[in-house]
Design a protein around this ligand. Structure first.
Ligand SMILES: CSC[C@H]1O[C@H](OP(=O)(O)O)[C@H](O)[C@@H]1O
Ligand code: ADE
Length: 290
């Protein structure tokens, strides 16, 4: 058993959470640069929590400029075991309506202007992301959403686009009709891949704000409409997060899906061929293996 420490990465509209005992914003330095912001730490129902606003307070970072590696490293460095992403998303399905939540379990990664791995020349590693989210953590998020009276859909494919512009109508239709995506956003990749490399359980809660641009009855997505829906969604997101500690508990058994052991056979570079400078940067992410 290890001690549970739940990290929440808050997306657009979610810049803090309430009710933490001993709440403190802590600054964390990482070898990958500065995280998006300081991290709000404290306990909730006796469980340790860490909250990081993905875009920073005041919404400073665009989806492409979010320091994804620093964010995941900082959460690992703080001892987090589980990461829950709470994100604003567009919907490609009639039944996934604005205001609903989707527990995402798959991704299509269309991002191209971001650092996607902690590893590289001097220490090569290949982790599996066939199942990029943790079912145990996803189940807890679903239960928390249901307890909070939120309309929640279990399972869905999230199309991660580069942005910051929204999709063209042709892209929107292609993602929905040909590619089978259910929701769209700009931030969960490479975040989910990096969490896997850092051996953290990762779950993604998509808070639906709009129908992107494909829906014949809803016109094209625009940010004013998104913001109107975002505020109500953020309150529901806070309610969901507040219910997680009681559901996950303070003592955590090893992940039954192996998220916490993802690096076990992943590092290919022989010990004597590894680059000492990169190895030093991997102290938190891969410390267990080094
Ligand atoms: C405010 S609309 C576009 C913006 O919102 C989402 O951010 P996040 O995933 O952090 O909630 C989307 O991915 C875009 O970054
Ligand atoms: N339609 C959309 N496309 C990309 N990111 C989004 N975030 C919220 N709605 C979105």
């Amino acid at each position: 058993m290890t001690q549970t420490k739940i990290a929440v990465i808050g997306g657009s509209g979610l810049y803090d959470i309430d009710g933490l005992t001993g709440a403190d914003w802590v600054t964390v330095e990482t070898p990958w640069g500065k995280p998006s912001d300081a991290i709000l730490t404290g306990t909730l129902d006796g469980v340790e929590m860490a909250f990081l606003p993905r875009h920073g307070r005041g919404h400073v970072h665009s989806p492409s400029s979010v320091p994804y590696r620093a964010n995941i490293d900082a959460l690992k460095r703080l001892g987090c075991t589980d990461v829950i992403s709470v994100s604003a998303c567009g919907s490609f399905r009639d039944e996934m309506a604005p205001g609903d939540f989707v527990i995402v379990d798959q991704f299509i990664d269309r991002t191209f202007a971001r650092e996607k791995s902690f590893f590289g020349a001097g220490c090569v590693a290949h982790v599996s992301v066939a199942h990029p989210t943790c079912p145990r953590l996803g189940d807890a998020c679903e239960a928390a959403a249901r307890d909070a009276g939120i309309t929640v859909h279990k399972g869905g494919t999230y199309l991660a686009m580069e942005g910051p512009q929204f999709s063209t109508l042709a892209e929107s239709k292609m993602y929905r009709e040909s590619w089978g995506a259910d929701v769209i956003g700009m931030t969960n990749m490479p975040e989910a891949k990096l969490a896997r490399e850092a051996e953290l359980c990762y779950a993604s809660v998509a808070m639906i704000t709009d129908y992107d641009s494909w829906h014949p009855d809803h016109g094209e997505v625009d940010v004013t409409a998104i913001i109107a829906t975002l505020m109500g969604n953020a309150d529901k997101g806070r309610d969901l997060v507040a219910r997680l500690p009681a559901l996950l508990g303070a003592d955590r058994a090893p992940c039954p899906h192996g998220c916490d052991r993802a690096l076990e056979f992943a590092i290919l570079t022989q010990p004597d061929a590894r680059d000492p400078a990169l190895m030093a940067k991997l102290d938190a992410v891969a410390g267990r293996m080094l």
